[in-house]
Write a new protein. Structure first.
Lengths: 376, 94
């Protein structure tokens, strides 16, 4: 699909000669060009022999512009992929797949591998690298929003009201590691506890007496639920990682929230309402989803064979083509259409796509009655 | 390391399909990792790139969850702060 011209804004393409004079550019441009244009190799030969037509030059200049776009994608993403970021993403608890692949590969080798992969993907599958860039931008936006809100909402003033000095806050709070967070929580709770005694007794009293509807804030429902549901939540299991992060937040905010029952209520609200709605992008997002997708009868060779037979029957020209033309259509057009049924990006979506491709090959071979794909 | 032949690559995909159907995530990951260095560069790039994208997207999801919990926590803190003030005004903390 042709790219929206606005996506090229601000990106200055090199000339064809400049591109071909640089080894890396020539390689990348070649990959992009071949991906974009079936006759790329012949066209480049004509260019080398100075026998290219005006149409050839138009095609090549468009390819150069597209190459510049894909190179920008590569640069935008790899700027973010510094060794420490790669290491962060490769933590076992973050991504076991990436952790496995990066095992025994330390910086700079790991960085080189990753950058190399991103370069080639930018040339051949730019949509994947676009998603990476969009995700990094989203990550930056979320982190900036939280830092901004932290200051704006007055976490410092809340800390002060709970007898934690602002000057000590930054040294007290360390969320960079699990151990750091635990220590932060303990330090803060200890500091806040001293003045929390009276208020805690008061909050215990309010569970029976306080009318939450009088509160003017938009979180009044939460407050009402807190009062009525606190008793129900004793012993509610909470995932360690979420609770640990939640402990950071509540320990920063207010003495009363050191009450474990209130903390559990917030966690329950969060886990049931928020985490459950975080939807994945299209395609399988877990191993189990990949298994289910491949177990689905619709994705098996027999079903694909029927789908391909229908496509053959609906093609008025098929019968008049010779074998080579028929196979070309099946191998390219039909396969491309069938593969649209298995979309998505990410490791498990990739696995599903690869396995589905095998089934498509088998289905096409069965429908054609001979080996369109040699090894299926 | 010597790249797989076409026949070896086909066998790789067949084994992968069987492991996905009958095996576990751990076995699939282990199988891919074991043979990764001998896969064609194009396939290596696709595996690594997709794994990277998944990791970045999961990082975004966690950040969103933390951000939303933060918002809830802030809202709750404001509610409790108000409750604290009202209780103190009513002289309940004598």
């Amino acid at each position: 699909m042709p790219r929206n011209p606005r996506e090229y804004l601000g990106i200055e393409p090199k000339t064809i000669d400049e591109i071909l004079a640089d080894k890396r550019d020539a390689l990348g441009f070649g990959e992009t060009f071949k991906h974009m244009h079936p006759g790329a190799e012949e066209l480049l030969l004509r260019y080398a022999a100075h026998t290219q037509s005006q149409d050839d030059m138009t095609i090549m200049n468009n390819a150069a512009r597209e190459y510049a776009y894909r190179l920008k994608l590569f640069e935008d993403v790899t700027t973010r992929l510094k060794p420490e970021e790669i290491e962060l993403l490769s933590r076992r608890e973050r991504s076991q797949v990436l952790s496995d692949l990066m095992a025994h590969r330390k910086a700079p080798r790991a960085q080189e591998m990753v950058h190399n992969a991103v370069f080639h993907l930018a040339m051949e599958k730019p949509e994947l690298v676009q998603k990476m860039r969009a995700s990094f931008n989203e990550l930056d936006r979320l982190r900036a929003k939280r830092d901004y809100k932290t200051l704006q909402k007055g976490i410092w003033s809340l800390a002060e009201r709970n007898h934690v000095k602002v000057s000590e806050l930054n040294t007290l709070i360390n969320t960079g590691s699990l151990q750091g967070r635990e220590e932060s929580r303990e330090h803060l709770e200890q500091r806040i506890h001293e003045s929390a005694g009276r208020f805690r007794r008061a909050m215990d009293w309010t569970r029976n007496k306080f009318d939450a509807k009088r509160m003017p804030f938009s979180s009044r429902n939460l407050a009402r639920k807190m009062v009525s549901q606190a008793e129900e939540l004793k012993g509610l299991p909470i995932r360690g990682e979420i609770d640990s992060t939640l402990r950071d937040i509540v320990s920063h905010l207010d003495a009363a929230l050191t009450n474990p029952e209130w903390r559990e209520l917030i966690a329950k609200e969060t886990l049931t309402n928020k985490n459950a709605t975080l939807a994945r992008e299209g395609g399988p997002g877990t191993f189990e989803e990949t298994q289910q997708a491949m177990a689905n009868a619709e994705n098996k060779p027999a079903a694909i064979e029927q789908s391909v037979r229908r496509r053959i029957a609906a093609n008025p020209n098929f019968a008049s083509w010779n074998r080579a033309q028929q196979d070309d259509w099946l191998r390219n057009d039909v396969k491309q259409e069938e593969m649209k049924k298995q979309r998505g990006a990410g490791f498990w979506a990739w696995l599903a796509s690869v396995l589905f491709s095998q089934n498509v090959d088998k289905g096409i071979n069965a429908a054609a009655g001979h080996s369109v794909f040699a090894t299926a | 390391m010597k790249e797989m032949t076409t026949e070896e690559l086909d066998a790789f995909y067949r084994n992968l399909a069987e492991l996905t159907e009958k095996g576990s995530e751990e076995k699939v990951r282990g199988y891919i990792t074991e043979h990764y260095d001998r896969l064609p560069e194009k396939v290596q790039n696709e595996i690594l790139g997709n794994a990277l994208l998944t990791a970045i997207q999961d990082e975004v999801r966690e950040e969103k969850a933390v951000g939303e919990m933060f918002d809830e926590g802030l809202a709750a803190a404001e509610v409790l702060e108000k409750a604290k003030q009202e209780i103190q005004q009513e002289g309940l903390t004598k």
